[in-house]
Design a protein around this ligand. Structure first.
Ligand SMILES: [Zn+2]
Length: 108
């Protein structure tokens, strides 16, 4: 696993990018607040697995956290939708098996 412990500054207008492959999918692992409100953030890139240490202003850190929260909500919504779809397909299959006489009390 490549590792890069160099400090990388993120621009004020963008989500932090990986210092190795420029992916904007970096994920925070550790947050350390510095005096004055800035943050040092250890991030991991899910695409090239590089570890980098970012130095963010308070505003950049808020934006990065907001982006992470939006991504988490999106993943939760997708997981809920997939759970519902799997449940629906399972119960439709079970009802069909009951109608076809493929399920008996002794099956339980
Ligand atoms: Zn990367």
């Amino acid at each position: 696993m490549p590792s890069d412990q160099a400090h990388v500054s993120a621009s004020s207008s963008s989500v932090p990018a990986c210092s190795g492959c420029l992916s904007e999918l970096v994920q925070p692992l550790e947050w350390d607040q510095e005096e004055g409100g800035g943050w040092h953030v250890l991030v991991r890139c899910p695409e090239c697995f590089r570890l980098s240490r970012l130095r963010l202003t308070a505003q950049q850190a808020r934006k990065f956290r907001g982006t992470m929260e939006e991504a988490a909500h999106s993943l939760e919504s997708t997981a809920d939708m997939l759970d519902l779809q799997v449940f629906r397909e399972t119960y439709i299959g079970f009802v069909q098996a009951l109608r076809d006489g493929l399920v008996w009390p002794m099956d339980f």
